[in-house]
Design a binder for this molecule. Structure first.
Ligand code: PGA
Length: 246
């Protein structure tokens, strides 16, 4: 399994920020892990051209349909056509801001595969759910509902992102992260058998250079989905280096 350092630029980035990609590649020309950046849709083609295959590029969402009258939406094939090979699906900000359900995320994942993209499917509990002791139940329900039956270790990556840890500087304790990742692996094994061991399980939520090494040392953590710290080549590069060394 090749571990994955994935950056999610969210609604940040203009062409003026493309030199960050050049700087990242220059600083880490041959990382031991796979490196992925998911810029806003407007930058996918330009970033793919800048990356020139040295790092992977992904989208942050796609529509479940292949084409049609859906103003403002983006089809998976359009992302692929622009140079993407991945797409993030079911991020908690999409679930919260756009009311995305597990069923919709599942349909989007099938659309992503049909276009030849690898789906990064996100799950994670709110703070109230964690406080109520419901974390594993919530994540299990999201995983069962959001991941289609056709998932394989080649076409799907799972990202565990506690909602309350995103952009807050707060993270679960290391045992708490390990507990969720072990549970995810067990659920994937129950559903997909031996292939479950090959699925990459990313942790996301306030990953930064100062905590990356300890998180990447945990069992069943096969990389990270990084928001704020992916915007600067220096910070994201330090996370890439930490994962390469893990
Ligand atoms: P963060 O975001 O690293 O800024 O907390 C992570 C994410 O939402 O993917």
């Amino acid at each position: 399994m090749r571990k994955l350092a994935a950056g999610n630029w969210k609604m940040n980035g203009l062409t003026a920020q493309l030199p960050e990609v050049t700087a990242l590649i220059a600083a880490h020309p041959a990382p031991a892990c796979e490196v992925l950046l998911c810029p806003p849709a407007t930058l996918v083609a330009a970033m793919a051209a800048t990356a020139a295959g040295r790092i992977a590029i992904g989208g942050q969402d796609c529509h479940p349909k292949a084409s049609g009258a859906h103003t403002g939406d983006i089809a998976a094939a359009m992302l692929k056509d622009a140079g993407a090979t991945y797409v993030i699906l079911g991020h908690s900000e999409r679930r919260a801001d756009h009311g995305e359900t597990d069923a919709l995320v599942r349909a989007k994942a099938e659309a992503a595969w049909a276009a030849g993209l690898t789906a990064i499917i996100c799950v994670g509990e709110t703070e109230a759910e964690r406080d109520a002791g419901k974390t594993l139940t919530v994540i299990g329900t999201q995983l069962a509902g959001s991941v289609p039956d056709g998932a394989t270790s080649a076409n799907t990556v799972i990202a565990y992102e506690p909602v309350w840890a995103i952009g807050t500087g707060r993270t679960p304790t290391l045992p708490e992260i390990a507990e969720v990742h072990a549970d995810l692996r067990a659920r994937l094994t129950a559903r997909f058998g031996a292939d479950a061991g090959g699925f990459r399980l990313l942790y996301g939520g306030s990953v930064k250079p100062s905590n990356a090494t300890e998180i990447f040392a945990l069992p069943n953590v096969d990389g990270a989905l990084v928001g704020g710290a992916s915007l600067k080549a220096s910070d994201f590069g330090a996370i890439v280096a930490a994962l390469s060394a893990a």
